[in-house]
Design a protein around this ligand. Sequence first.
Ligand SMILES: NC(=O)c1ccc[n+]([C@@H]2O[C@H](COP(=O)([O-])OP(=O)(O)OC[C@H]3O[C@@H](n4cnc5c(N)ncnc54)[C@H](O)[C@@H]3O)[C@@H](O)[C@H]2O)c1
Ligand SMILES: CC(C)(O)[C@@H](O)C(=O)O
Ligand SMILES: [Mg+2]
Ligand SMILES: [Mg+2]
Length: 332
Amino acid sequence: MAKIYTEKDADLSPLLGKKIAVLGYGSQGRAWALNLRDSGMNIIVGLERKGESWKRAEQDGIFPQLTEDAVREADVIIFLIPDMAQRTVYLEKVKPIMKSGVDLVFAHGFNIHYKLIEPPLTSDVYMIAPKGPGPTVREYYMRGGGVPALVAVHQDVSGSALKKALAIAKGIGATRAGVIETTFKEETETDLIGEQTVLVGGISELLRAAFTNLVELGYQPEVSYFEAINEMKMIVDLIYEKGITGMMTAVSDTAKYGGLTVGKKLIDDNVKRKMREAAQRVRDGSFANEWIEEYNKGMPTMKSMLEDLKNSKEEQVGAALRELALRGKPKS
Ligand SMILES: NC(=O)c1ccc[n+]([C@@H]2O[C@H](COP(=O)([O-])OP(=O)(O)OC[C@H]3O[C@@H](n4cnc5c(N)ncnc54)[C@H](O)[C@@H]3O)[C@@H](O)[C@H]2O)c1
Ligand SMILES: CC(C)(O)[C@@H](O)C(=O)O
Ligand SMILES: [Mg+2]
Ligand SMILES: [Mg+2]
């Protein structure tokens, strides 16, 4: 049974009074900075330049500093900039400037697991990896809840790395939802496999294929969008609240029978074999190497695929329907 920590297991005190530098003010950076601040922790935000993130932080009442200035003062440094940017920032703006014995903290294990960052042996190195998108980390915290997370310790010089990781987990609201102890290896591999095969990759392409199938059969695109894409939120909300069996109780017997039998035919051994291949490429480092190479070329494949997605029929129909769909959305 996994070790799961909740509110009663965590305490802010190991980090109270410590200067915590949050590097980055994007998806997770904004959520962590605001949640940690609202939990009473002493945070500073470090950014590369006075761009969009800088403005956004100021609008939130946070006065950022340049990365090197934030790093100079920090007892704890949290990397909340894109995975591919972390190595350069670490080598150029963190390592030469940071105090000896500073804690290095991550929200995902990529750079440590694939050895892009090799931290000094004098630092505690630990991770709190939220199992949800950054804006949701902020939204759930504001509502009194939290997004669950994983914690892992890579180096424990002080002997209290886990306690400090749990303090941050509590500060961002994760212990309200449950925090599971893991390793950098397990977090990195499961996170990448999950986002590729289901959360980001699998689900998007399943929805798009279902939409295209309906449109090609001659059904109205708007009807196809509601059926294949828009309703997914309501089905996933039911799964989130009540499990897959609970969701089944909310749909008709006709949907249950058709879904159970046809679903198995669609997600067959061939799909499972391809999921296993994707997992293997994460586990043997081929995906990491491919992504590093793509990033170093300026991300041409990712940019062109995002452009194709943006221009797709389903996205255009969705945008046109969004206003209408939002009108039906509950206010809170
Ligand atoms: N996005 C998520 O919901 C999510 C969930 C779990 C874990 N994580 C992890 O959290 C970390 C941060 O991811 P994110 O998606 O929040 O990042 P992001 O893409 O939202 O980060 C944007 C921030 O990084 C800064 N930035 C962008 N490029 C930079 C560069 N080259 N050098 C320095 N700063 C740069 C931007 O100014 C901005 O403040 C990653 O390790 C990621 O794997 C993200
Ligand atoms: C939000 C996700 C997909 O779970 C995260 O892992 C990410 O990389 O953004
Ligand atoms: Mg991820
Ligand atoms: Mg994830």
